[in-house]
Ligand binder design. Structure first.
Ligand SMILES: *Cc1c(COP(=O)(O)O)cnc(C)c1O
Length: 474
């Protein structure tokens, strides 16, 4: 056979293809020597197999999921139904504007809703995740200074920030300058002042910050930065702390990203898809990625003609199904988005007050949607935060975020979200108190946890150094 071209088929190596005859053969040396052991089972058995596998997973439908900085709340199933409507799923992204007016209208109205919620003036729905929104926002800031003739190379980021903040700014070519937190867990204003100079393009802040604490001096910070000609970036991943109460515009920010897959009810984890829209003030409007969805009074259209656009950051208009779910959620909630924030904050404060006697609360301040405990007291008995997290798995609870933010030793970061009842919160408090009791009386039990999960305690170092990627039937 004459080999016309070779292509790597990704599984068994090189396939030799004869384009004219429209055939491909796999080289003998790549062929299986023994027949593949495929199970020979009935449909129902196959179904049971997959059901059993899915039962081994933990998910929000099975138990409490207080993963801090992740907003793992219940997402109404009706959103999935709407996103799977044939008119949406069957739509081709290359359709002409006049053939997809419904989808464009939905995106336009979602942009408007996000403008209202954030107080900002223009929106791109393209970015596929929070970190992607951060990168997009930083690219906008960079281009803004390029166009306006300033050479600014540095971005200030508080030491409590989510790791994606410095990563995104660095990826965009900025030098990261950390600013320390004070004893109230907030940006140290004097330290900030000493870092501000002509090189500083922006500050990236999260407010409430990752300790769950509202930055009281945010207006002063905004003044300091703006007087220096710098911009302010707001990490709005966990927006359920403030929805309807305040917004980044009122706080003096210029750019904000939202995580639709956290605050606006799309399930997340496991690789997405997500959406991290970026909202900007008027003066940054001309830098947004193209296209932006607009309305001329008669029809909706994709505007690619954006003067200083940073270009496109994702194919077409982003992860459309996520946009449908977020829009459905916003419409369903309406004014009650404010109540969602109220409950998120109430639930977090309730847990904080119930747990702060037994566990150390390093920053004892009123919190917003989350708070951070320290396992230092328990550590004195030889049991670490990691062990506490594992022990929670035996209590039908997903472990909270641990060892983040970095400024708290043995950090346990708890975010109950707005969707849990008092009963669930009380059960969690009891589980946490029980574990702390066990640490004093029977530490072995906690050290060897979890006991009830399909996979018991794993040696994480071994798993990282010598990963066994083959599925082995027990
Ligand atoms: C989750 C989160 C991010 C990153 O969002 P991804 O969608 O995971 O990229 C950034 N900042 C904060 C504060 C977050 O909680």
């Amino acid at each position: 056979m004459k080999t016309i071209f070779e292509k790597d088929n990704g599984v068994s190596g090189i396939t030799f293809c004869d384009e004219a005859a429209n055939t491909c053969v796999i080289d003998e040396k790549f062929k299986r020597k023994l027949p593949l052991e495929l199970p020979n089972v009935g449909e129902l058995e196959a179904l049971r197999h997959y059901k059993e596998l899915s039962d081994k997973n933990f998910c929000i439908e099975k138990g409490f999921y207080p993963l801090g900085s992740c907003t793992m709340k219940y997402n109404p199933k009706v959103n999935e139904l709407l996103a799977s409507l044939e008119g949406f799923t069957g739509l081709h992204p290359l359709s002409d504007d006049e053939d997809c007016q419904g989808a464009l209208e939905l995106m336009y109205k979602l942009q408007s809703a996000l403008k209202e919620i954030t107080g900002m003036d223009a929106v791109t729905l393209q970015p596929a995740a929070g970190a992607h929104g951060e990168l997009t926002g930083m690219m906008i800031i960079k281009k803004y200074f390029e166009v306006n003739g300033g050479k600014r190379t540095k971005v200030i980021i508080p030491d409590s920030a989510h790791g994606t903040n410095p990563a995104s700014a660095h990826l965009c070519g900025f030098e990261i300058v950390p600013v320390r937190s004070n004893d109230k867990g907030q940006v140290d204003i004097e330290a900030l002042k000493s870092l501000v100079n002509d090189d500083v393009a922006a500050i990236m802040m999260t407010n409430p910050n990752t300790l769950g604490i509202f930055e009281e001096n945010v207006l002063e910070i905004s003044k300091i930065m703006h007087e220096n000609g710098s911009l302010l970036y707001y990490d709005g991943a966990n927006f359920n702390a403030i929805m309807g109460y305040t917004n980044p515009k009122l706080m003096g920010f210029d750019v904000v990203h939202l995580n639709l897959h956290k605050t606006f009810a799309t399930p997340h984890g496991g690789g997405g898809p997500g959406a991290g829209p970026v909202c900007v003030v008027e003066k940054l409007k001309d830098f947004l990625p193209a296209p932006v969805i607009e309305f001329d009074g008669e029809k909706y259209f994709r505007n690619f003609d954006i003067k200083h656009s940073i270009g496109s950051v994702k194919a077409f208009c982003g992860n459309f199904s996520v946009l449908v779910k977020a829009y459905a959620y916003i419409l369903m909630m309406g004014q009650n988005l404010k109540e969602a924030s109220e409950n998120a904050v109430l639930n977090a404060n309730y847990l904080k007050e119930k747990l702060k006697g037994e566990y150390l609360l390093p920053y004892d301040e009123p919190c917003m949607h989350e708070f951070v405990l320290s396992g230092e007291r328990q550590k004195e008995h030889g049991v670490s935060t990691l062990n506490i997290a594992k022990a929670l798995m035996d209590e039908n609870t997903h472990p909270p975020t641990v060892y983040f933010p970095l400024i708290v030793h043995e950090a346990i970061m708890i975010e109950p979200t707005e969707s849990e009842t008092k009963q669930v919160l009380d059960d969690f408090v009891n589980a946490m108190l029980k574990i702390s009791d066990n640490i004093k009386t029977n530490p072995e039990k906690v050290l060897s946890a979890p006991h009830t999960t399909p996979v018991k305690k794993i040696d994480e170092t071994l798993a990282a150094r010598h990963p066994n990627l083959k599925f082995v039937q027990e």
